[in-house]
Design a protein around this ligand. Structure first.
Ligand code: PLP
Length: 456
């Protein structure tokens, strides 16, 4: 049994509920505030943007929320996902550590994102919504929502951050193949987009700008609602099926993680694998270290401020308390497009403030190097975002080697890189460099934090 590399569950093992870590937290989160009035928002404020069921999930304090049958049926197409023991990587590293990874790249769009796009599309359809608008960075979310919308007969308009739109043309084709529309953001389709283009015609875009465009379309069209692929409480909750499955698979392996590693853009795949384990720890179960890995060029958790900030550039979305680089911060065009958001999920920020997780920032060259080693040993080419988790796990394994410890490491391989081979081409051609953020730009963006909400 010690050689077993693959741990599989069956369809009946797909979790029946999502896990809400808020039920187990030692102290509650700060409430979201209205961007205009600075007052706490209620469900009615969110009603133009989201279907009521998702709004109720967003504010729920219940530990478990049932997964509707049509959603579980859709999950059956690719879930439960496999969990692997990385024997060949362990050997290459000559480490006494045991490395396991949960592979979310087996979904139709190649990442963890359909875990939330499917329920989001379902609840919208169920409440009579006809169209969804959304933003996408690298295109993972746009294609995941396009796929889910096709299942439930919804139209989709995607605003794709311009730098990624240019880097990843196949993602747009994929969205169109599923029947969605995709434009580069900033676009001429919205007031928010036109305002940016007027000031900076060559803007490469940002997730903050694309969110403003998508929110504007939903807020100004009665038949349209908005969908977000990360950051929000309900999104993180939908992702907890990853960690719940991993718990059972680790049990099959006769093991329990000492450390869990995942990359963080908005925090959803990280929360998805980590929160069920963290919840168990908070309820008196096994101890476990939890490590978030982010890009050094967009170091939200390690260098951002924990403060109220706008979720988007045009200040239309609610203000939330989170680690932020400032809604005006535009990160450089490094390749892990899914990790370029200026903020972090309020829930992930909150658990970091409570001292329940650690965070590290890594440069892209060391991450691609790790991604290539992973491809050559474990045979799966990681998405550029996922290489951060790979690198983080390797760093833990090398620490174990130095300390002579045989710890158990679990990480989330949140997506494959088949649509990102240009990034690998650039890496092999020596065209990638390590970018950091511009200190003065960061200071400027942080100076723009809403002062009302952050008054002492
Ligand atoms: C979107 C995406 C991310 C970043 O989003 P999180 O909410 O932080 O998970 C990371 N990896 C992949 C493969 C993605 O598609």
């Amino acid at each position: 049994m010690t050689d077993q590399t693959k741990f599989l569950l069956t369809e009946k093992d797909i979790p029946k509920s999502w896990y809400n870590i808020q039920a187990d937290l030692p102290s509650p989160m700060a409430p979201p505030l209205h961007p205009g009035t600075g007052q706490p928002i209620g469900p009615d404020d969110l009603a133009p943007l989201f279907p009521m069921e998702l709004i109720m999930q967003e504010v729920s304090q219940e530990r478990e929320i049932d997964i509707p049958e049509p959603v579980r049926n859709a999950y059956c197409q690719w879930r439960p996902t496999p969990l692997y023991r990385a024997h060949r990587l362990e050997k290459a590293l000559d480490t006494p550590a045991k490395i396991y990874y949960k592979y979310e790249g087996v979904s139709p769009s190649g990442s963890h994102k359909p875990n939330t796009s499917v329920p989001q599309a379902f609840y919208n359809m169920n409440e009579g919504v006809k169209k969804l608008s959304t933003e996408t960075g690298a295109g993972q979310w746009g294609s995941s929502l396009a796929y889910a919308a096709a299942l439930f007969d919804l139209e989709v308009q995607v605003f794709m951050v311009k730098v990624s739109f240019q880097q990843k043309p196949y993602r747009k084709a994929m969205m169109e193949a599923y029947g969605a529309k995709c434009v580069a953001s900033p676009s001429e389709l919205t007031q928010a987009g036109r305002a940016i283009l007027e000031k900076t015609p060559d803007s490469t875009g940002s997730l903050g700008i694309a969110i403003s465009e998508a929110v504007e379309v939903a807020a100004t069209n009665d038949d349209t609602k908005y969908a977000l692929g990360s950051v929000l409480n309900h999104v993180l909750m939908h992702q907890t099926i990853v960690g719940q499955e991993a718990m059972r698979q680790m049990e099959m392996a006769g093991d329990y993680p000492d450390v869990i590693v995942a990359c963080t853009g908005g925090g959803s795949n990280f929360a998805g694998i980590a929160f069920p384990f963290l919840g168990a720890k908070l309820r008196g179960g096994h101890d476990v270290r939890i490590v978030a890995v982010e890009p050094a060029a967009c170091p939200t958790l390690t260098r951002g401020k924990f403060a109220y900030d706008y979720g988007d550039t045009a200040q239309m979305a609610p203000m939330v308390k989170m680690h932020t680089l400032g809604a005006g911060f535009i990160p450089s065009g490094f390749h892990a497009g899914g990790l370029r958001y200026h903020g972090m999920a309020p829930l992930v920020s909150h658990v970091q403030e409570l001292g329940l997780i650690e965070s590290h920032a890594l440069h892209q060259l060391e991450c691609f190097e790790a991604g290539v080693l992973f491809g050559r040993t474990e045979s799966i080419i990681p998405a550029p975002e996922a290489t951060h988790a790979v690198r983080g796990a390797i760093a833990e394994a090398l620490r174990c080697k130095e300390e002579g410890k045989s710890e158990t490491i679990l990480f989330n391989l949140c997506g494959h890189g088949h649509f990102d081979m240009q990034a690998y081409t650039d890496y092999f051609a020596g065209k990638l460099n390590d970018q950091t953020y511009d200190e003065s730009e960061l200071a400027m963006a942080l100076a723009g934090l809403p002062s009302v909400a952050n008054a002492p």
